[in-house]
Every structure is written in C-alpha cells, then in structure tokens.
Design a binder for this molecule. Sequence first.
Ligand SMILES: [Zn+2]
Length: 107
Amino acid sequence: MGKEIVKENIRVEVYAKSPGDFGFASMSGVFRTEDEELQMCEGIARDIRRHVDDLPSRGNSGVNVVYDTREYCEFCENTWEVDENGEPICCSRAANEFKETKKKESQ
Ligand SMILES: [Zn+2]
C-alpha cells in the first residue's frame, strides 16, 4: 500500500571461477589467497575493458574490482563484536588482549 520498489544502480556483477574449477573437472579443498583472488579479478576486469562495448567513454572505466569486508577475531575466528566499552565479547583471549592493551595505554 503506497510502497513502490524500483531497480536502481543496475549493473553487471562478475565473479571469478571458484579455485577448484578446472573446467574439465571440479575439485574441493582448493583455495586462493586474498591477493591471488584480487589479482585474478583485476585480470578479468582488464579483459572485460578490452573486449566489451558500451562501457563509459570517460571517467570511471565502468569495470571495478569491489569487495565486502568482514571483521573477525584472530583468536576464535567469530565475527568481531564489542560491548559498550569496546571490549570484544567473542572469547576470553580477545577480551584479555583488549584489557592488556588498555592497561599499557594508561601507564
Ligand atoms: Zn574471539
């Protein structure tokens, strides 16, 4: 009632093939590092710019490597969450490190 939905920022999203995808066969347990993933996507972006029509004629190339970020705890690998004092709530190691850092800062 009264609410309308429009599509905005319509764009093409491109993902690199998964690390275990060898075309003729697919393997699990194959991984790429963050840098390898970024390099592969930059290569795909260069290829798209070279071969595709209807990209912007000036300014932004129209093909950008973008990514999301996720904050996680180095100790327990859970999502990074803190309480109202900024103290991590995921595990005692993170909480202890936070307390140690605070102690050093106040000395
Ligand atoms: Zn933790």
